[in-house]
Design a protein around this ligand. Structure first.
Ligand code: PGA
Length: 252
């Protein structure tokens, strides 16, 4: 775990939990989040559940965000949600370029860069997800894929902008599959990203998160990897006891 910035544990709820179940889960998390001394806890419920989460989490340390955002402020984009809309309901960050968006919904690097630009313009924190598919890993393309995804999103960004972008390394083959990357694979990818980031900024060192089948059982080992600055947690973030145990592993 990096010593410089406090770790971030972010729950990505995906298409789970409507407003009522959101209130229940947030209420279960709050007493623990209040006690966290050096760990930041963020959650990204579905769009329709954001207001419920914000209402329950008001005046707490829990940060509420969204799972995606469109690049335009408004207009004829059926089914999309804009940065001003997210801000109006109290979202403070957004996940951009999640592999399910890239692969299931065919979002290109270009679209992801546009989404990131909109978030920056609107002063929303972003978690930018990058990571290779199984085929890309076996084809020894992991670094080339990560580099392409990072460069297409970060090129031209100022130091100030870079300070509000957090990168999550999520190998696509590890997401929702129960297959976790090995400590060596995680460490290599995180170091590669860290070195790449040095090209863009001399000053900013945001935490780099790991994501992909994180559970309380495997997270102690993952959190001990020096470059890991937290986690993006899918399935295990939907069960309060599991998510709380993950938070407690990093908080001391
Ligand atoms: P998972 O999802 O923890 O269920 O593998 C992680 C993610 O998609 O961010």
């Amino acid at each position: 775990m990096t010593a410089t910035a406090s770790p971030i544990i972010c729950g990505n709820w995906k298409m789970n939990l409507g407003p009522q179940s959101t209130k229940t889960l947030v209420n279960e998390l709050l007493p623990v989040v209040t006690e966290l001394s050096n760990t930041r806890c963020w959650i990204a419920p579905p769009f329709v559940s954001i207001p419920a989460a914000v209402e329950v989490a008001t005046n707490s340390k829990l940060k509420i965000g969204a799972q995606n955002v469109h690049w335009a402020d408004s207009g004829a984009f059926t089914g999309e949600i804009s940065v001003p809309m997210l801000k109006e309901v109290g979202a403070e960050f957004v996940i951009i370029g999640h592999s399910e968006r890239r692969h299931l919904f065919h979002e290109s690097d270009e679209m992801i860069a546009m989404r990131l630009n909109a978030a920056l313009k609107g002063s929303l924190f972003s978690i930018l997800c990058v990571g290779e598919t199984e085929k890309e890993r076996t084809g020894s393309e992991t670094e080339a894929v990560i580099e392409r995804q990072v460069r297409s999103a970060l090129t031209g960004k100022s130091e100030r902008e870079l300070a509000s972008i957090i990168i999550a390394y999520e190998p696509v083959w590890a997401i929702g599959t129960g297959k976790v990357a090995t400590p060596t694979q995680i460490s290599e990818a995180h170091l590669f990203i860290r070195n790449l980031l040095k090209e863009f900024s001399k000053l900013v060192h945001p935490p780099i998160l790991y994501g992909g089948s994180v559970t309380p059982e495997n997270f102690t080992e993952i959190a001990s990897i020096p470059e890991v600055g937290g986690a993006l947690v899918g399935g295990a973030s939907l069960v309060s006891q599991k998510f709380i145990r993950i938070l407690q592993i990093v908080n001391h």
